[in-house]
Design a binder for this molecule. Structure first.
Ligand SMILES: O=c1ccn([C@@H]2O[C@H](COP(=O)(O)OP(=O)(O)O[C@H]3O[C@H](CO)[C@H](O)[C@H](O)[C@H]3O)[C@@H](O)[C@H]2O)c(=O)[nH]1
Length: 472
């Protein structure tokens, strides 16, 4: 049974004693408290009162049983506040898009813009507004706006300020995406990676606990598997990352799992091990906008085709791997499929979820692969991008890149079975959408002078502006 939040319910047909008996229930324990309050306020001849919240996708139904009255009330479920760290980045912006598209969430973004720009959030909110139906309610309109904070997760005082704005129990859950993510760089500045990825995650969890926010979806990575012994890779594979970056992902998973085991009645968490996200929203409004020369294959190919990277040919890192054409194989999935996985994971954190039923102990923690389960080699990717862009890529095989592993292909069966996750979109669609984004935004978000409009740096959550509201 799901327990949903309610503000005030007027109990029709009952005397004044009943009015406003049920109020501000956000958590199960608050509901228990208001139920007890309702019991206590019953006239003595009405001996039983039970309040049930039945969580539906868009409605909460509250039923009040007494020997004399059975009153049923339906009301739109309030928006669930979900805080997304790294919200302005490539993955974060697409996750926010997907959350807003449901009109069930109120998104709070926290980002330090180390590798992103708040302009992406303006675009996301524009998309959300344009997706609203003509008869959108005030709540729907509210769901299309983002409370965006410029804050650094390594600074507890900055994170605490964000949570203070919504109060205890005011944030339903967190999707924690923010992290440094360059494998090569992590070998050069490991301390920065451990501080920014592991330290920040611990700070975030501590502050979440302070504010009774104990649901988290964590962005992990296929890199936790190192060189996996079995392809496709099941989640049961031992974790053995080779780079400091990969190790930070294992450490954060471990910290979160330990917390769930220590406080099984309080915490619920899912780690999502991303394989290789690619593509962009089909509108071309949001996409990947790496700072400087892209290190990853697909954005690099897009930058070559648009002329931002002027290299005459692509360096292919090795063709002597034990793969069909000798080049590395990766499991590319569309970024919107990946984003959808976060929605499913958030749903799986709800009280009625069954995903934790088969956990080995009491702790409610699990990790899922998010991939297609289909490996593609570097040369296949070059070919697909050639078709999408009509650019005549030249390439040269050079030596292996340090840290590369031959094949990272997911076994996505567990996520499909338990979360209902399926990465449907094809490689052609990923390349088409990437190229659409790149041609519409040859210089990424920097090329758009107009998108600065609509960002309000303010000390108050002014939702009346109809814009992304930046708070700090
Ligand atoms: O100029 C290039 C760039 C890449 N590649 C090859 O293309 C493949 C994909 O490389 P990417 O850099 O695009 O992606 P990775 O699989 O190396 O890494 C990505 O996926 C990982 C998980 O699979 C981690 O999450 C990591 O942070 C993320 O960048 C690799 O075989 C790489 O050797 C080239 O041949 N030439």
């Amino acid at each position: 049974m799901g327990w949903s939040r309610a503000r005030t319910i007027q109990v029709a047909g009952a005397g004044p004693d009943w009015t406003n008996t049920v109020r501000k229930g956000r958590t199960r324990s608050e509901f228990d408290a208001v139920t007890a309050e309702a019991d206590a306020s019953l006239p003595s001849d009405k001996t039983q009162c039970a309040l049930q919240g039945l969580g539906g996708s868009s409605l909460s139904i509250f039923v009040l049983y007494t020997p004399y009255h059975i009153s049923e009330y339906t009301m739109p479920e309030s928006l669930r506040r979900v805080l997304v760290t790294g919200g302005a980045g490539y993955i974060g912006s697409h996750v926010i898009y997907s959350l807003q598209d449901t009109r069930r969430y109120k998104v709070i973004s926290v980002d330090n813009h180390h590798n992103s720009t708040p302009k992406s959030l303006v675009r996301v909110a524009e998309l959300a507004r344009s997706n609203l139906p003509a008869d959108a309610s005030e709540q729907d309109k509210d769901s299309a706006e983002i409370d965006a904070f410029a804050a650094d997760l390594t600074k507890p005082e900055e994170v605490r300020k964000v949570f203070e704005r919504y109060g205890k129990g005011g944030i339903w859950g967190v999707v924690h995406i923010a992290a440094y993510k360059a494998v090569g760089e992590s070998t050069e500045i490991p301390l920065t990676y451990y501080a920014n990825n592991v330290g920040a995650t611990i700070t975030l969890l501590q502050i979440m606990a302070e504010f009774d926010c104990t649901r988290i979806v964590y962005s992990s990575s296929a890199t936790v598997y190192g060189t996996p012994p079995i392809i496709p890779i099941p989640e049961t594979t031992r974790l053995e990352a080779q780079s400091p970056y990969g190790k930070t992902k294992i450490m954060c998973e471990t910290v979160i799992e330990d917390l769930c085991n220590a406080e099984p009645k309080t915490w619920r968490a899912l780690s999502l091990r991303y394989f290789n996200p690619a593509g962009a929203h089909p509108s071309g409004q949001i996409g990947e906008d790496p700072r400087g020369r892209p290190g990853n294959l697909l954005p690099l190919l897009a930058h070559m085709a648009i002329g931002r990277v002027k290299d005459p040919k692509l360096n292919v890192f090795g063709n002597d791997y034990p793969t069909p054409d000798g080049t590395c194989v990766r499991d590319y999935l569309h970024v919107l499929d990946l984003a959808k996985g976060h929605l499913l994971a958030l749903d799986a954190l709800a009280p009625q979820s069954k995903v934790f039923d088969n956990c080995p102990g009491e702790g409610r923690y699990k990790a899922y692969n998010l991939g297609k389960g289909k490996g593609m080699s570097v040369l296949q990717i070059v070919d697909a991008m050639r078709k999408a862009t009509a650019y005549d890529y030249k390439y040269e095989i050079i030596g292996r890149r340090k840290g590369d592993v031959p094949d990272l292909t997911a076994d996505p069966a567990l996520a499909e079975r338990e979360l209902g996750f399926k990465a449907q979109q094809t490689l052609e669609t990923m390349c088409r959408d990437l190229w659409n984004w790149q041609t519409k935004n040859p210089n990424g978000y920097d090329g758009d002078g107009s998108v600065g409009f609509g960002i309000f740096w303010s000390n108050t959550a002014d939702r009346s502006t109809g814009s992304v509201v930046m708070l700090r």
